[in-house]
Design a protein. Structure first.
Length: 59
């Protein structure tokens, strides 16, 4: 089984991938305890994206 490597992404790109609104994505992200995220972060790092995908599952 191949492992996908995560790339950096914006919150809106992730919302598009999951097919949800920005508001829903924001609520989902707030519930992830291992995610250190600042409200001013524009682009999520590959590690943050990987943490989100690990928590929410593949989009």
């Amino acid at each position: 089984m191949k492992t996908k490597t995560s790339k950096s992404a914006t919150r809106s790109e992730l919302a598009d991938r999951y097919g949800v609104s920005m508001e829903t994505m924001k609520k989902w992200i707030e519930k992830i305890p291992d995610l250190s995220l600042s409200p001013t972060d524009r682009v999520l790092t590959p590690k943050q994206v990987a943490t989100i995908i690990a928590h929410l599952g593949e989009p």
